[in-house]
Design a binder for this molecule. Structure first.
Ligand code: UDP
Length: 344
């Protein structure tokens, strides 16, 4: 099933992308415009960057509105949308922990505002949820029916519990017939347009390798993640949004190839020829030990699986970061992660 074919039943005319100036959101905007949709981006530019949409500045099909989804949506947007994508939330631990109250409200109030807009417009609504709903999982790999092991009081809870509550809202709207919803659970994603100052492992390690700064290993580096290239992820998001079968539950999207943090560092060092030393930092509180998606549902429902190899993905991402660092725009390393800051 191609996303274009499936879209034909619910024509994609006008899409709202909350968080459309972000890393994942901006790639989604590219694809929607390429499909001929009109796109309105709502972004508060907390972690989104105008630079992510600069190449589209002259596109008459795109409108960018600087606004926070926690606030009432601009009245001018009423009745406009066939599809609403919610990709608005800081997603990197140091960023979402910087203002935890706002992170929680973005997911609860912000998601409610968008769901109500979807209800009013008769739009299909897609929520970008996260593997963080599984917390520090006891089930491996994680299937959608695993209910997770999440702290509701720890430093990650504002994001994890916020995203869980957003799923609850979305499925309540669906159950009550108020909106047609889709929920993707996104596992670690990487690629061009990540912010060098994002504070996540892929951006930190590549930028550190390129600048010769020490590469920061949190804990002993034996914890695992599974990294999906952004193009693959966006394809999966579009396929789920296009899916016309019975109301689906949440769907995992991610690359099931599991790596330790040390494995990832080895790959980046081999690719860049970096001479950066390794430096150990404390493992952040509640850092999940293992994470790997079971994607059999996405394979069955959407005929989706990742296509881009880690090697190709890391090459493209490294080339992008090299250009970013060269342009001197980045504040790289000015924003330290809590673990890094604690050790300084
Ligand atoms: N991590 C690391 N060095 C860094 C940044 C992160 O070792 O410079 C670790 C982090 O503790 C975690 C893993 O890499 O175990 C992935 O972290 P990231 O923040 O990228 O994503 P998340 O924890 O949200 O999956």
């Amino acid at each position: 099933m191609s996303s274009e074919m499936a879209m034909s039943k619910l024509p994609l005319k006008r899409a709202l992308v909350a968080g459309g100036a972000g890393f994942i959101g901006s790639h989604l905007v590219d694809r929607l415009l390429a499909q001929g949709a009109e796109v309105v981006v709502l972004d508060n530019l907390q972690t989104g960057r105008e630079a992510n949409l600069r190449h589209l500045a002259a596109d008459p099909q795109l409108t960018m509105i600087e606004a926070d989804i926690c606030d009432p949506l601009p009245a001018s947007l009423k009745g406009q949308f066939s599809h609403i994508f919610n990709a608005a939330c800081a997603a990197s631990p140091p960023h979402y922990q910087a203002d935890p109250e706002h992170t929680m409200l973005t997911n609860v109030l912000g998601t409610r505002n968008l769901l109500r807009r979807a209800e009013g417009d008769g739009a299909r609504f897609l929520q970008t949820s996260t593997s963080e709903v599984y917390g520090d999982p006891e089930v491996h790999p994680q299937t959608e029916d695993y209910r997770g092991w999440v702290s509701c009081t720890g430093p990650r809870a504002c994001y994890d519990e916020g995203k869980r509550a957003a799923e609850t809202l979305a499925f309540d709207f669906a159950r009550l017939g108020r909106a047609d919803v889709r929920v993707v659970r996104i596992f670690n994603t990487y690629g061009p347009r990540m912010d060098p100052d994002d504070g996540r492992v892929v951006s930190n390690v590549i930028c550190q390798a390129l600048t010769g700064d020490p590469i920061t290993v949190y804990g002993d580096g034996s914890q695992t993640r599974s990294f999906c290239y952004v193009d693959d992820l966006v394809e999966g998001i579009l396929r789920l949004m296009a899916y016309d079968g019975q109301q689906p539950g949440p769907v995992n999207l991610g690359n099931p190839i599991e790596l330790t943090v040390c494995d990832l560092i080895d790959r980046v060092v081999a690719l860049t020829g970096s001479k950066s030393p390794l430096v150990t930092r404390p493992l952040p509180e509640d850092d999940p030990r293992r994470r790997k998606p079971d994607i059999s549902l996405a394979q069955r429902l959407l005929r989706w699986e990742p296509k881009v190899s880690l090697q190709k993905g890391l090459e493209a991402t490294t080339a992008y970061f090299a250009e970013e660092l060269h342009s001197g725009q980045s504040r790289f390393n000015k924003l330290l992660s809590p673990a890094l800051a604690a050790a300084e």
